[in-house]
Design a protein around this ligand. Structure first.
Ligand SMILES: Cc1cc2nc3c(=O)[nH]c(=O)nc-3n(C[C@H](O)[C@H](O)[C@H](O)COP(=O)(O)OP(=O)(O)OC[C@H]3O[C@@H](n4cnc5c(N)ncnc54)[C@H](O)[C@@H]3O)c2cc1C
Length: 402
């Protein structure tokens, strides 16, 4: 079947970015269509934020994003994003700067998009896997079911993460076909894998701390599993582990379980406890400094029995305990991979994109938005915000040039 219409814009991918773009273009009166390999639009949105969709953060700016290129152009536009989402009929809920729908259900956001897409009569071709794009006088987008003609094409096909939610390499293939470069790809916002012996004892523990991986660090709740480490701080630095996995140079993760206190103050605190209760066991003396199970492991790693009376410990024992509390090292093997990751780091090289329009420098009329580009954000609503921001930039340019 061939659709005879000539669309102003054909958007590849009815994910968050493609949907924002379709709505903005259709509201401006352009003839737009969306294609997606899934059978519903916005399939991935349902899984975001643990099913709650953390669509925004009040702390916004380029410092929350990574790329091989400069991303200074990312400004604080959180009010703009909020107005757009409210305009779809979503009532928001803000928790310490993190925004969710008041329903606490990601499906509210997906359905709000769907309602607006329907109200604007945007043509949506579901179960249409795009296989190729070619350009003659106009663009032809080939899917497994049809060919679609359009004056402009926007590639909003996302990255390689969470394949079961719908992902493909098509965005990267189209970029390469039209002469754009790709940067290396790595899974990000993903757990790290490890065979470290300490996990036998720490599996199941959730403990606060600051993780360090080479030059990167992040603070929050760390989760230990039998085959690795995850939780917010590990997820936030996981992109670096992911890239090191490519070059087989994965290092160790170091954890400061007492990041709220300096090394000197921790030493003073421990000495004070020892002086006040010299007959206490070491495990009792350290209670409350961090997670109980972590203390057990730290004491054992310091080569001290848990029932040792503190008056029997010497200066070196105290130094060892402090070292292990502040520099607990776990050897890593890599990450849990793209399928377990929330976002793909790397992508279409920004140096080949005009970042004021999202248009490919080498191919007028071909645009890229969202995760397919070489920009990834940390946890906290930053990736959906980038999907929005890039769609907004493309929409403004396409509308102005229509
Ligand atoms: C489990 C999970 C939780 C997350 N939670 C959050 C969160 O709370 N906050 C946050 O900011 N970010 C979160 N993210 C990241 C966020 O979902 C993505 O960064 C964002 O959806 C990217 O938007 P996009 O439109 O670029 O790509 P996508 O949303 O992935 O959309 C791309 C679309 O293209 C379609 N597609 C792909 N290939 C083809 C093809 N060949 N033909 C046709 N269609 C195709 C896909 O089916 C998909 O619908 C999470 C991700 C995951 C996996």
């Amino acid at each position: 079947m061939t659709d005879k219409k000539l669309y102003d814009v054909c958007i590849i991918g009815a994910g968050y970015s493609g949907l924002v773009l379709a709505i903005k273009l259709a509201r401006a009166g352009l003839l737009v269509c969306l294609t997606d390999l899934n059978r519903i639009i916005g399939r991935r949105i349902l899984s975001t934020g643990n099913g709650r969709c953390n669509f925004l953060n009040s702390r916004m700016g380029n410092e929350y994003y990574y790329s091989n290129s400069k991303v200074d152009f990312i400004k604080d536009n959180h009010q703009d994003i909020l107005q757009f989402i409210k305009g779809l009929g979503v009532v928001e809920r803000e928790l310490d700067g993190y925004y969710y729908p008041i329903t606490n259900q990601a499906k509210t956001i997906r359905e709000a998009f769907e309602n607006e897409i329907e109200a604007l009569s945007v043509d949506v071709f579901l179960d249409n896997r795009v296989t190729d794009v070619s350009k003659d006088e106009v663009f032809t987008v080939s899917t497994n079911r049809q060919q679609i003609n359009a004056k402009a094409v926007v590639v909003s096909s996302g990255g390689l993460s969470a394949a079961t939610l719908g992902s493909s390499k098509i965005g990267y293939k189209i970029a390469q076909k039209f002469g754009l470069k790709l940067t290396k790809l790595a899974p990000s916002l993903v757990g790290a894998t490890s065979k470290d012996i300490c996990l036998k004892e720490l599996a199941g523990v959730r403990a606060l701390g600051k993780v360090f991986y080479k030059d990167n660090s992040c603070e929050g709740e760390i989760q230990f599993n039998k085959d690795g480490v995850s939780g917010y701080p590990v997820m936030c630095i996981s992109r670096f582990i992911g890239f090191d996995e490519l070059s087989k140079s994965v290092g160790n993760l170091t954890i400061d379980f007492t990041s709220y206190i300096s090394e000197d103050d921790l030493k003073a605190e421990i000495k004070k406890r020892f002086e006040n209760h010299p007959k206490q066991t070491i495990l009792k003396a350290l209670v409350g400094l961090c997670n109980e199970k972590v203390i057990e492991v730290v004491v054992s790693y310091s080569k001290i029995y848990g029932d040792t009376i503190v008056e029997k410990l010497d200066e070196e024992d105290i130094e060892n305990i402090i070292y292990n509390l502040k520099h607990f090292s776990i050897s890593l093997t890599g990450t849990k991979g793209f399928d377990s990751s929330q976002v793909t780091a790397g992508g279409v090289d920004l140096s080949d994109i005009d970042m004021t329009s999202m248009e490919a420098k080498l191919c007028p009329g071909l645009y890229f938005t969202g995760e397919v580009l070489d920009i990834d954000g940390i946890c906290g609503g930053y990736n959906l915000s980038w999907a929005y921001t890039s769609a907004d930039i493309a929409a403004r340019h396409i509308i102005n040039n229509h």
